[in-house]
Design a protein around this ligand. Structure first.
Ligand SMILES: Nc1ncnc2c1ncn2[C@@H]1O[C@H](COP(=O)(O)OP(=O)(O)O)[C@@H](O)[C@H]1O
Ligand SMILES: [Mg+2]
Length: 261
């Protein structure tokens, strides 16, 4: 059975059609990449899948259950967790406590949540940060904590929004390894990333969004050879007006050749 199956997902913000008829599937043990120019609708798609946005049309199932009219906390309990482009830790709390709050979704007793959170920190490779104040973390450590918080809800499917943007090559490699190990544990991963080399190495399948529509999907080699995809990325037309600045995480637009910003 498909872990996640979305068909015909559409979402408008006023007169702006942010998503139009998006189809997408994720299996267990698979990493699916969502790429597309800035403003293409990638984050909106995550919002619709995870219940933060109410889609206008379409159907989404997680492990066979309809979730497109469910609340975020119910979708989380069913097994989907997402990270945010802008990580907002609970200020004045340690990394362990931040992860404990997420663990309490399933384990309300403090002692149990603490054990679960400690285990997740180990699995994420950030045990050494447990006692640190979350508000003083570096970008890479914040991102790692964000992944840990998502994992602490014990998901089957993880939605990861630009977790590698702005990291140094060494930090990005660590995050990459983290994702592969989660995949090997049987989780499904849906990742928004904008560096072509990253997507090529990381993703089993790639879905390309442009102006809210899927313009190509399949293996990365198949997708990147597509003429429409190349046109969308190689600057052969002006960027969509009214979109946000390059990237909330701070990566420069087009900084890397072939960057899908
Ligand atoms: N909450 C919102 N209200 C109005 N417009 C939005 C909202 N969120 C996103 N948009 C618009 O929808 C489009 C898609 O945005 P987004 O999903 O953030 O793109 P991406 O993540 O691919 O860069 C953009 O034009 C953006 O300005
Ligand atoms: Mg985005």
């Amino acid at each position: 059975m498909m872990l996640l199956e979305a068909t015909g997902v559409s979402k408008a913000f006023g007169g702006l059609q942010a998503l139009k008829g998006v189809d997408l599937q994720v299996r267990r043990g698979e990493i699916v990449g969502v790429i597309g120019p800035n403003g293409a609708g990638k984050t909106t798609l995550f919002g619709c899948l995870s219940g933060f946005h109410r889609s206008d049309a379409g159907q989404v199932t997680l492990c066979g259950e309809r979730i497109d009219r469910s609340q975020p906390h119910d979708i989380c309990r069913l097994g989907m967790a997402r990270t945010f482009q802008l990580v907002r830790p609970f200020q004045g709390m340690t990394v362990l406590e931040n992860v404990m709050v997420a663990a309490m979704v399933r384990h309300p007793a403090t002692a149990v949540a603490r054990d679960k959170a400690a285990h997740v920190l180990e699995r994420t490779g950030i045990v050494h940060l447990a006692g640190r104040d979350a508000s003083g973390l570096s970008l890479a450590d914040l991102r790692a904590m964000e992944v840990a918080r998502a994992l602490a809800t014990e998901p089957q499917l993880l939605l990861l929004d630009e977790m590698l943007a702005g990291l140094t090559p060494v930090e990005a490699e660590q995050m990459h390894e983290r994702f592969l190990s989660l995949r090997d544990d049987g989780l499904g991963l849906l990742v928004i990333e904008h560096s072509v080399p990253t997507v090529t190495r990381l993703c089993d399948q790639v879905v390309v969004l442009d102006f809210g529509q899927v313009i190509a999907s399949g293996t990365s080699a198949h997708v990147l050879a597509n003429a429409r995809v190349q046109e969308a990325y190689l600057g052969k037309r002006p960027a969509r007006s009214g979109v946000k600045a390059a990237d909330e995480a701070g990566a420069a637009p087009g900084a890397v050749t072939g960057a899908l910003t």
